[in-house]
Design a protein around this ligand. Structure first.
Ligand code: KG4
Ligand code: ZN
Length: 365
């Protein structure tokens, strides 16, 4: 039985309620039998960010429906499962608790082990789920809530090389969109506008490039953008379409430059481990940005590193990554015997300093 593992996972740490079933024969590739995601974007749209209480209630209402749908789509019953897995943090605590309680109910009812998974580990292991990538590899998590470079050594051993000390890049894109009257989520809208813009018109700062290491800061960038916008409005009493496009393109170029240069430094550190198949992978919604992606890919290739961007549906929040992470934990002996605590903060690398900032989508870890 253990050679062929099947796991049902739940994910509810932010604003997506998700369930998935993943199966893997020992030594073989993992198979996503189903992956269901109910996103809450509409529920939070008018508030300009995720409202924790609304998110928790919506998760509580949807989790069991979502789990049932994942089982039906995968064509498996509870009897076919080896374990139930759940995101136990980091994230908005109400949502994490909803997931943990629902998963515990299923696990106890079906007499299955319950495995707690770190949400960030889920993201970080996605390249193994999709492409069976070998350890150690470098990972950039870049979304509305996360931004960090990690070296993945195993499913439970990560070295954090650096991350944002304030806003995540997705958050900066969303705030920029709001400042320019564009739709949310801001990333795709800013990218769209930037296509017709001049990325050199505004010399926005490239924060923290003058400091050594891989830490980043994005909150000053949106302040610079606001100032540039206000100056144009003061001069011409409004923004033209071209002004807006140029602001977007210049902002996007600044984020791309910062991420590319920090990526180069992260690769330099990673290479000292002499990986047999050097690779950097990205995860998170911002990885969808074509300018950022091209910058990272170019940097990777210039530094003799392969570049991998998993399909976007697996880069953004989903439960297949949680199920996969639990598969690796199970194979390493985790039978869910330890205490499963819901944790708002849960850094992947216990030795790295705590992150600052609270993040639009809850506590950063
Ligand atoms: O990973 P994700 O779906 O959710 C979390 O934040 O956990 O990422 C969403 C973020 C949003 O901030 C969104 O604006 C950003 O990713 N995003 C983008 C693009 N598509 C999504 N940012 C820049 N360019 C894009 N094309
Ligand atoms: Zn996430």
């Amino acid at each position: 039985m253990e050679d062929n593992l099947t796991i049902l996972a739940l994910e509810s740490s932010c604003d997506d309620t998700a369930a998935a079933v993943v199966r893997q024969a020992k030594g073989g590739p993992a198979q996503i039998l189903s992956s269901v995601v109910f996103d809450q974007t509409k529920l939070h749209a008018t508030f300009g960010g995720v409202v924790p209480e609304i998110a928790a209630r919506a998760h509580a209402e949807k989790l069991d429906v979502c789990a049932k749908e994942a089982l039906i789509k995968a064509n498996v019953s509870l009897f076919d499962l080896d374990a139930v897995a759940v995101t136990a943090g980091p994230g908005l605590i109400g949502g994490v608790l909803s997931g943990v309680m629902c998963a515990r109910g299923i696990a106890v009812g079906a007499d299955l082990p319950l495995i707690g998974v770190n949400h960030l580990a889920g993201h970080a292991l996605t390249p193994r789920l999709t492409n069976n990538v070998r350890y150690p590899y470098l990972m950039l998590l870049v979304s509305g809530g996360h931004c960090q470079f990690l070296i993945a050594h195993s499913s439970s051993d990560f070295t954090r090389l650096g991350g944002t000390i304030d806003d995540a890049p997705g958050e900066a894109f969303d705030k920029t969109a709001r400042l320019l009257g564009l739709t949310q989520p801001g990333g795709p809208a800013v990218q769209q506008e930037a296509q017709a813009g001049d990325p050199t018109r505004f010399a926005f700062p490239r924060p923290m490039l003058n400091k050594p290491g891989c830490d980043m800061s994005f909150s000053g960038l949106k302040t610079a953008l606001r100032r540039a916008r206000d100056e144009i409005i003061a001069q011409k009493s409004g923004l033209t379409r071209q002004d807006r496009a140029d602001l977007c393109a210049s902002f996007q170029a600044a984020v791309t430059d910062v991420l590319s240069e920090k990526c180069r430094r992260a690769i330099e550190i990673y290479m000292t481990e002499a990986p047999s198949e050097p690779l950097i992978a990205v995860a998170g919604g911002v990885a969808a940005n074509t300018s950022i992606r091209a910058g990272l890919e170019r940097t990777a290739h210039e530094n003799n590193c392969a570049f991998l961007a998993p399909p976007l549906s697996l880069c953004t929040d989903n439960a297949a990554m949680i199920a996969y992470c639990a598969l690796e934990q199970y194979r390493n002996g985790d039978r869910g015997k330890g205490e499963l605590v819901a944790r708002p903060r849960w850094p992947l690398d216990r030795h790295s300093p705590a992150m600052l900032g609270s993040g639009r989508k809850g506590a950063k870890a």
